[in-house]
Design a protein around this ligand. Structure first.
Ligand code: HEC
Ligand code: HEC
Length: 456
């Protein structure tokens, strides 16, 4: 499998390189893609792949045996009540782990309410589902197996059946050494999650360009990148190497006559301001995933660009990150699409081998506790990222950003919810309980603030 992938990628890269070297002989095509050396260096830094994976949960380390078992489970139709549907029926590798349908279809053939999202690059995702209602891959995995309209299989029955099968028993025992019983609901979802964590989208020509190969992108593709990163505003949300900020936005998809509007993130947070907000999908491997959006309402990439340029439905929930009147001429649209194509691997690329890149080290210990800590949120980032408070200390979080936030602490010992915090507003919380907490934004959940409160 690895050979096929590498061969495919290599052949593709070589073909493209020779095309690009021909282009390189031509005179520079206008100034739009030129950019100073400093600008190019900044672009490359903004999109460089991380060297490390985020750490998996401490109770589910990613081992090869565990990921292998998860992979087997993922592709096995015996997980569904009808014996005909596996996770991969809706998350198909060839379709960028979506399924090519506007709305997913469950075991009974019934259309579900939303489209099957990609599952690439979810090791970095703080919340799962289009509306972010599941925290973590383990929490997510049980849902589709049991959901009546998806696979319709009670986990208890499934686990009992697997425990009676010597093949599954030994695969679970290898994946969960020492666990008794090894075949259990918890271990089944852990294995699926462990495999999903290894799904890092393959390198493409774009990564070769990021790594310094100027010829890897054509002038049109580089103009597309400049537009994407600059005037078109796409990178306001599709940011970084995976082209997502893992946040939730209303991008103004028009309501459809006769269909009750899907309110997405709003009801999950209990905030009307987050109504119609859905998660920013990764744009890696996106060109395999048409039709697009949570409701599959946009059939082609051309129509996606048309939506951002001229189709946005104006309503109060549109975020400031979304450009309102984007004017893109036909040449610019073609450049944008040429660039987006460079984020998708060659059509015959096989699934990558399970990768277990090194895990990021734990944060350094030791901050001196203070009675009052003030935290900024500029550019959708808490600064500092960690604070330590003395017993009963006060946390003051300022919205000095240009967009609304919703700060939350959601741990068994301590819950806080700021509601909508508009720019200019400050949230002040006394934290009475000693412990270690994570504050996050419900709308931009990659914003994470570690709060330690010392014991009296
Ligand atoms: C019938 C089609 C179908 C099947 C079968 C299915 N899924 Fe999904 N999956 C979906 C849909 C639709 C969503 C989005 C639902 C939502 O957002 O409300 C989804 C969401 C997800 C997500 C969240 C992705 C994200 O970006 O947040 C993950 C992970 C996932 N599925 C994994 C699995 C696993 C593992 C299985 C097998 C146990 C599975 N799915 C089976 C259709 C399916
Ligand atoms: C305000 C944040 C924001 C901006 C700006 C933005 N996007 Fe998106 N994008 C999203 C969100 C959120 C979705 C999913 C929306 C939904 O399904 O309701 C999305 C979906 C997409 C999809 C569909 C992916 C899929 O799997 O369905 C593509 C392609 C896309 N955006 C490209 C672009 C391009 C190109 C631009 C610039 C012209 C852009 N986006 C600007 C947030 C944004």
């Amino acid at each position: 499998m690895r050979t096929r992938l590498l061969d495919g990628l290599l052949a593709g890269a070589l073909a493209l390189l020779s095309a690009a070297s021909l282009l390189a002989l031509a005179p520079p095509a206008g100034s739009a893609d030129a950019g100073s050396a400093a600008e190019v260096a900044a672009l490359r830094a903004a999109y460089r792949r991380p060297a490390e994976m985020p750490p998996p949960p401490s109770d589910n380390p990613t081992t090869a045996a565990r990921a292998q078992l998860g992979r087997r489970l993922f592709f096995d139709p015996s997980l569904s009540s009808t014996g005909t549907m596996s996770c991969s029926s809706c998350h198909q590798p060839a379709h960028g782990f979506s399924d090519g349908l506007p709305l997913a279809r469950g075991a009974g053939g019934k259309a579900l309410a939303r489209r099957s999202p990609t599952i690439w690059n979810l090791a970095w995702a703080p919340f799962l589902f289009w509306d972010g209602r599941a925290e973590g891959l383990e929490a997510q995995a049980a849902a589709p197996i049991e959901a009546h309209e998806e696979m319709g299989q009670p986990l208890g029955t499934l686990v009992e059946r697997m425990a009676g099968d010597p093949g599954w028993r030994s695969a679970f025992a290898a994946a969960f050494p020492g666990a008794s019983p090894a075949v259990s609901k918890d271990n089944l979802v852990r294995a699926l999650a462990a495999w999903e964590r290894t799904l890092v989208s393959p390198r493409t020509r774009f990564d070769a360009w990021v790594d310094g190969d100027n010829a890897a992108l054509s002038p049109a593709e580089r103009r597309g990148l400049s537009l994407f990163h600059g005037p078109a505003g796409c990178a306001n949300c599709h940011e970084g190497w995976a082209f997502t900020d893992h946040a939730f936005y209303d991008i103004g998809l028009p309501d459809r006559p006769g269909v009750a509007p899907d309110l997405g993130r709003g009801p999950v947070l209990g905030l009307a301001r987050a109504d119609r907000a859905f998660k920013t999908p990764t744009l890696r491997e996106a060109m395999r995933r048409a039709p697009f959006m949570h409701d599959g309402s946009i059939p082609t990439i051309e129509a996606v660009i048309e939506h951002y340029a001229a189709g946005v439905a104006d309503r109060p929930t549109l975020p400031p990150e979304l450009p309102r009147r984007l004017s893109l001429d036909p040449a610019q649209r073609a450049d944008l699409i040429a660039f987006l194509n460079t984020l998708t691997s060659a059509p015959d690329a096989a699934l990558p081998e399970m990768a277990t890149p090194p895990v990021a080290p734990a944060p350094p210990p030791g901050l001196t506790p203070v009675a009052r800590a003030r935290v900024s949120q500029k550019n959708r980032q808490f600064a500092p990222l960690r604070v330590a408070l003395t017993p009963g200390g006060t946390l003051e979080i300022v919205n000095d950003d240009t967009t609304a936030h919703n700060i939350r602490i959601d741990s068994p010992e301590l819950q806080r919810n700021s509601g909508i915090q508009d720019p200019g507003q400050t949230v002040t919380w006394r934290i009475p309980t000693a412990g270690r907490y994570v504050a996050f934004c419900g709308i931009h959940p990659r914003m994470r603030l570690e709060v330690t409160v010392a014991a009296p």
